[in-house]
Design a protein around this ligand. Sequence first.
Ligand code: FES
Ligand SMILES: [Fe+2]
Length: 385
Amino acid sequence: MTGTGSSTTLVPEPYVWTEPPLGDAKSAPTAFYTDPEVFRAEVQHIHLKTWFFAGRVEEVPQPGDYKALNTVGGPAILVRGEDGVLRAFANFCRHRASILLEGCGNANSIICPYHAWYYRLDGTLAGAPGMREVPKFEKPPHGLIPIRMEVWEGSVFLNYDENAPDLLTHLGNMPELLGSHRMGDMVRTWHVEIETKCNWKLLLENAMETYHTGIVHAATVGAQRSLSFPTVGEWHCIQVQANRSIAVLGQEPPFPVIEGLSEQSRKGTYFTLIEPTTQFACAQDCMWWLAVRPVAVDRSVLSVGGCFPRAYTELPDFAERAAPYYKRWEAVALEDVGILERQQVGLNSILARPGPLSWRDDMVLAMNRWVLARLPAHIRDGMGA
Ligand code: FES
Ligand SMILES: [Fe+2]
């Protein structure tokens, strides 16, 4: 996928698409969204090898704060140690694998609810009742298993592949475009998780095109126009053109424009996809994420969360001002999920065939290609892709 301009600059274009010619490009084969074998290949070759969003550092600000989450590689926890360092571990006991923590909270140590082995906040095994009588047992090899973690601008990413390129390499020139939003100075104030009956890719494709917005979101955000950015790195970007925040509906945005926001960023809201499952949407006054957790070929969990600059969250009337944003984020997400579950049902038809793409589907094509390029040849060939 290359743009019609330089691929190293961040100048928006109507669409980022050179071939195949418009009129020849088609949506992906239906097996891409319906075949469990394709899903298994995606997990193995994509999800377990790339960075995915796990939350925000301010969700676990104090020593002992933890957050448990389900990931495509299994249960995980983020824990802040007594030394103030944030770490990520697999959330299971090294004895016989019980889950250790659930939800969010604060703890002095991590105690297994099954046979009470207990771990320090840095993951080391502190005690294992009755194990002194067991020959050859030693505590040091049985600490919690760390998961690779990196933080960018307050957002925590995990990766199950020790050999994957680092997060900044993955993000390419994204920090250049989104830098002036200063997401590191933002605070997550709202979050929902929505269980969906559709393939993970449908949720993300939908979030990267405005072809549908005038129809699916007629009662909320309405029709939108976007420009596409040629990008460098494992991400895609469009900007919905609007000279004021589209994170609230039908009213003047209750919050001012972020201080120091770049000229380009004032022109609209960026919708990005950090491959493969993380979307950051950045408006003039806030950011929100869509992070998708693939569960099965036709099941996904959609996490949506909203963040505002810290100074806004300290205003005495913050909750009142922020309420319409939360309402909009949830309403629009549910509208999308509604249509995507219908799309999944249609894709399940034995008569379903790839359809011609619109020029407004440019990011859908880019995203399909990104995934297809990472699947083994026999899977691609088996789909007719
Ligand atoms: S499974 Fe944790 S102590 Fe036995
Ligand atoms: Fe939508």
